[in-house]
Design a protein around this ligand. Structure first.
Ligand code: NAD
Length: 354
């Protein structure tokens, strides 16, 4: 088969090691020539913050981080970084802390060191998001891509198990959905495959024992690969549907992803046997969609969209909005009727056939 593609790998340093966050943040800052970081977040990593504060002059601190990056808070953080003469940003936290740091980087060009404490994967992307007047705007900008990511599996140990599992399932959705995204290519598909192979056992391990550092490491490693795959390939049908369900119908982000994923995999299975095989192989199951459904149920997530607030009355509008947003790259042609049928199945729950 002929191989032909156009792939860009984003440049980023990754320092990975359990218990090594403080050391690795210091390495990262010194190698960037930085000495006056603005510290964003850190509420779930007090010891690491103490170490950074001992070794560097923390120029300013944004302790409270609000979800979805409200524009007002973002402007305050940008002004603070400028007023205190920060030469870098260290973000310690989940996607919300990384998201705020990204806006500071977008508006000041300061380098970001991201230290994730969830499995959001935002640290691997050049995508920023900000909310103003209840509307979320997103964009891509290379300045927001963290220059260094510091992964330390002891930092995610504090996550309540349900939050950890839901966050890890989101990472799995990044990997799966990248397979049929607009810029999918052999390189980002390889990363997605390896990401899934790490995330599946890691998620099972987390559910079995949330204090298992090895399981946290596997999920973090898979999260990074899945984030890189998504940043490179773009978002596909799954993310477009979930975006509509969250944005227009206010469904909770993580459980929505968990419910919808197996239905999208079932929708695309026959039209894209290669992706179906990759997902099934990572799951160790004969079929992708039913394997995803079983995994999601096994590690603990809602069984239907009905359980999390979606109703029959919402189906037609949701299908119309999602159909308009789903990229042409989707392997199976997308029709409003097809998406409505998918949503009705997910509304009822009960699983997918294969
Ligand atoms: P979050 O950062 O808001 O964290 C979720 C909750 O977990 C918060 O209450 C937080 O305080 C808590 N928390 C974080 N770390 C913890 C820890 N170690 N122990 C205990 N509690 C902890 O949300 P998130 O789920 O990490 O990320 C979601 C956000 O990231 C969304 O706004 C989403 O849009 C964004 N996101 C962006 C991208 C991108 O590429 N730009 C990618 C994925 C997600």
């Amino acid at each position: 088969m002929e191989i032909s593609f156009d792939h860009t790998t984003l440049g980023q340093r990754v320092l990975f090691g359990a218990g090594a966050a403080a050391t690795n943040i210091a390495v990262a800052l010194r190698d960037l020539g930085a000495s006056r970081p603005l510290l964003v977040g850190g509420g779930h990593a007090a010891e690491v913050v103490d170490h950074v504060s001992e070794e560097f002059t923390v120029a300013g601190r944004v302790r409270e981080v609000v979800q979805h990056v409200p524009a007002e808070r973002a402007r305050e953080a940008v002004a603070l970084a400028q007023d205190v003469g920060a030469d870098s940003v260290v973000a310690i936290g989940g996607g919300s802390a990384t998201g705020l740091a990204k806006i500071v980087a977008r508006d000041t060009s300061l380098p970001v060191v991201a230290v994730p404490t969830t499995f959001s994967g935002s640290e691997a992307t050049d995508i920023w998001g900000m909310t103003e007047d209840e509307r979320k705007t997103t964009g891509t900008d290379l300045r927001v891509l963290p220059r260094v990511v510091v992964y330390d599996a002891t930092l995610t140990l504090g996550l309540p198990t349900d939050l950890a599992v839901h966050s890890g399932l989101n990472a799995l959705a990044h990997a799966v959905d990248s397979l049929w995204a607009p810029r999918a290519d052999p390189i980002n598909r390889a990363m997605a495959g390896e990401g899934m192979r790490a995330l599946v056992p890691g998620l099972r391990g987390l559910r079995a024992d949330s204090a298992d550092v090895r399981a946290h490491e596997e999920v973090l490693y898979g999260t990074y690969l899945a984030g890189v795959a998504l940043a490179s390939a773009g978002a596909g049908m799954h993310h477009k549907i979930c975006h509509v369900l969250g944005g227009t119908f206010n469904l909770p982000h993580a459980p929505t992803h968990a419910v919808v994923l197996s239905y999208v995999a079932a929708y695309n299975a026959e039209a894209d046997p290669d992706s179906e095989a990759r997902i099934a192989e990572a799951l160790g199951t004969p079929h992708a969609a039913s394997g995803l459904w079983d995994l999601v149920r096994e590690v603990g997530a809602p069984a239907s969209l009905g359980e999390i607030g979606f109703t029959e009355d919402d189906v037609d509008l949701a299908a119309e909005l999602a159909t308009a947003a789903i990229p042409d790259s989707n392997p199976r042609p997308v029709s409003q009727d097809g998406v409505a049928t998918l949503l009705r199945s997910a509304l009822r729950g009960g699983g997918v056939r294969r």
